[in-house]
Each structure stands twice: as C-alpha cells, then as structure tokens.
Design a protein around this ligand. Structure first.
Ligand code: NAD
Ligand code: UDP
Length: 313
C-alpha cells in the first residue's frame, strides 16, 4: 500500500509543487486548503489522479483523517496577504499547529512544519545559522506571521519532548517559481509581472536590502529529503539558496531577461522590512546532502515563461 500524505496549504505555491512531487513518488496525497491564497488552478492538473484527494478545510479547526505523514504548510506567506487579516494569520500558525500536532499524535504520523527565515526577524547575524535566536519585533505588523511561526516551532518541540512525536522543522528562505500568484505581492512575482506589462518596477526603499532566492524545485527537494531523514534529525534546518542579491540587482536582472522597457519606481520601505537575509545551509548540506542547484538567472527564466503564459492568457 502506498504511503498516505496530508499536505495542508496544498493548493498554494509550495503546496501544489509538493503535492505533484509526492504523487510522482507514488504516494497518496490528501490536499487540505481553505483557498485563502491558494488556487484551484494550481492543482487542476492533479484532480484526475486517483491517488489525489482535495478537501476544503480551515486548519484552525480540528481535522480527523488517517494518514502516515503530514506536511503542514497552511499559512499565507506574502506580507500583504498575511497582514490583511493578522489575527487569522496568528490563528492559522498557532491553532493550525496545535490541530495538526494533535492529529499527528493521535494517528502516530510523522509531521513536517513549514517554518520560515522570518523567525530570525531583522537579523543582526549574517548569514543566519539555526542557533541564532533572532531579532523579531513582537508588536510590529510582521509579528502575526513571525511570532505565529515562532510559537508553532515551540509547539512542535514541546510535542516532541512531551509526546515523542516524530517532527521535522524547516526554516524556509525566500522561494520563487512557477505557480506563484500574479498578485501574490512578493518581490519576484511583482517584478516579473510589472516587467512583462511594461509597468514601472516598484522597489521599496533604495533597493540595497538583500535577499537570497531559492528556486522552487530545489526547495521541494529539500522538503522531501528532510521528511525522509533519520528520526534523530528534527531540525530546525535552514532551507534556502545562500547566494545573496540586492533587490535592485534582482530588478535589473528581470528587466534584462524580459527585455522590458520598464523603469524603476522607488517607493517607501515597509515597516520592519529586514535589511538582509541569507541562509547558512551547512547543516542541510551535511545532514540532508542538500545544496540548491538552480542559478537565479535559470530559475527566473522558467518563472518568466510561466507568468508570460498566465498573464497573457
Ligand atoms: P501560499 O500563500 O501560496 O500558500 C499557503 C496556502 O495555505 C494557500 O493555499 C492558502 O489558501 C492556505 N491556507 C492559508 N490559511 C489556511 C487555513 N487557515 N487553513 C487551510 N489552508 C490555509 O504560500 P507559500 O509560499 O506556498 O507558503 C507555504 C508555506 O511555506 C507557508 O507556511 C509559509 O509560511 C512557508 N514559507 C514560504 C516561503 C516562500 O518563500 N514561499 C518562505 C518561508 C516560509
Ligand atoms: N519588495 C520590493 N518591491 C516589491 C515587493 C517587495 O522592493 O514590489 C522588497 C521588500 O520590501 C523586501 C524584499 O523585496 O525588502 C522581499 O520582499 P518579499 O515580500 O518578497 O519577501 P520578504 O523577504 O520581505 O518576506
């Protein structure tokens, strides 16, 4: 019998790629989503697969299903979306974690948490290692996400200590690729859509802030390796591409690749926007033999092709 895997947030950007990868591996996939930021179109090509099942459900409510593994991804990831209803964002992270951990405990399932580089806040250490405790503003506009995810990590480790749960915690850094929503609001999708429409690229601040961008296929590979790792390895482990770029460099690269005539519109920097973010991935390299392979230019080309089709359609 094939392994039954629950993916919460399975209709979102990362979730839909993960569902597809798990189906390719021969697993049975139960995709759970409330469609807050996820879209049916992301999983439309999976609906005919007999090993795929879709359930509309909000993870802030208990869920009673029988599976062998759980990937807990449900939570909006883009600042504009998670700040749109901040209380619901905290509920999704915290109550969602409690409900999924409770489910894992009852059925003895292994459970993976999609945590985030945001647990490091506006970091004072570069690059960020997993033992860095972070610099988060607990009452700022990003706190609903950052503190929600930090609390979820706490819950995962308390369930492990108290109940011996088989947990895996990944701290995901900025990831991009096909199936991102055109109005997702994150920097890569915004810039590509703006460049393709010949609209000005909106750089927040002066564009000197840095991020390290991981292509989605590499990230999903990291998820799968972490879930399959030895029981003694629980994380938290950084997953991300360690090559850093300024936001201005990203804008210039996208303008070049799209051959766009767009110029740049500098806008105010959002509150608490981290100045630098770059993962130290030595732990993932060592424990998971994982090292992202896709160069920014190659990943951007594939993402541009995707957006060219969807916004042109
Ligand atoms: P996304 O917004 O595309 O996907 C999130 C999915 O969760 C959506 O399908 C949404 O409808 C669903 N969802 C939200 N609230 C829900 C709820 N209460 N119940 C059920 N479903 C709910 O975001 P993504 O980029 O695919 O991110 C997936 C996960 O990875 C998130 O937990 C996010 O915090 C984490 N993450 C992503 C990144 C990134 O760069 N993409 C970086 C760090 C962490
Ligand atoms: N950003 C930008 N223009 C945009 C969207 C984002 O300059 O249209 C900046 C944002 O202020 C941040 C960086 O790009 O400094 C990455 O933003 P994103 O929302 O993608 O993710 P974050 O890493 O902040 O969670």
């Amino acid at each position: 019998m094939s392994l039954r895997v629950l993916v919460t947030g399975g209709a979102g950007f990362l979730g839909s790629h993960l569902c597809e990868r798990l189906l390719k591996q021969g697993k049975e996939v139960l995709c759970v989503d409330n469609f807050f930021t996820g879209r049916r179109s992301n999983i439309a090509n999976l609906l005919d697969n007999k090993r795929f099942e879709l359930l509309r459900h909000d993870v802030t409510f208990p869920l009673y299903v029988e599976v062998d593994q759980i990937f807990n991804l449900a939570c909006p990831a883009s600042p504009i979306h998670y700040q749109n209803d901040p209380v619901q964002t905290t509920k999704t992270s915290v109550l969602g974690a409690i409900n999924m951990l409770g489910l894992a405990k009852r059925i003895g399932a292994k459970i993976f948490q999609a945590s985030t580089s945001e647990v490091y806040g506006d970091p004072t250490l570069h690059p960020q290692t997993e033992n860095y405790w972070g610099n988060v503003n607990p009452i700022g506009v990003r706190a609903c996400y950052d503190e929600g995810k930090r609390c979820a990590e706490t819950l995962f480790f308390d369930y492990q200590r108290a109940h011996g749960l088989d947990i895996k915690v990944a701290r995901i850094f900025n990831t991009y690729g096909p199936l991102m929503c055109p109005n997702d609001g994150r920097v890569v999708s915004n810039f590509i859509v703006q460049a393709l429409r010949e609209e000005p690229l909106t750089i927040y601040g002066d564009g000197t802030q840095t991020r390290a961008f991981c292509y989605v296929d590499d990230m999903i590979d990291g998820f799968v390796r972490l879930m399959a790792s030895n029981k003694d390895f629980v994380g938290p482990v950084n997953l991300g591409n360690p090559v850093q770029f300024t936001v201005l460099e990203l804008a210039e690269e996208i303008v070049t690749l799209t051959r766009s005539k767009s110029n740049i519109n500098f806008m105010p920097l959002p509150i608490d926007d981290p100045k630098h973010r770059q993962p130290d991935i030595e732990l993932a390299k060592h424990r998971l033999s994982w090292d992202p392979q896709t160069k920014l230019r190659d990943g951007l080309k594939k993402t541009i092709d995707y957006f060219d089709k969807v916004i042109g359609a």
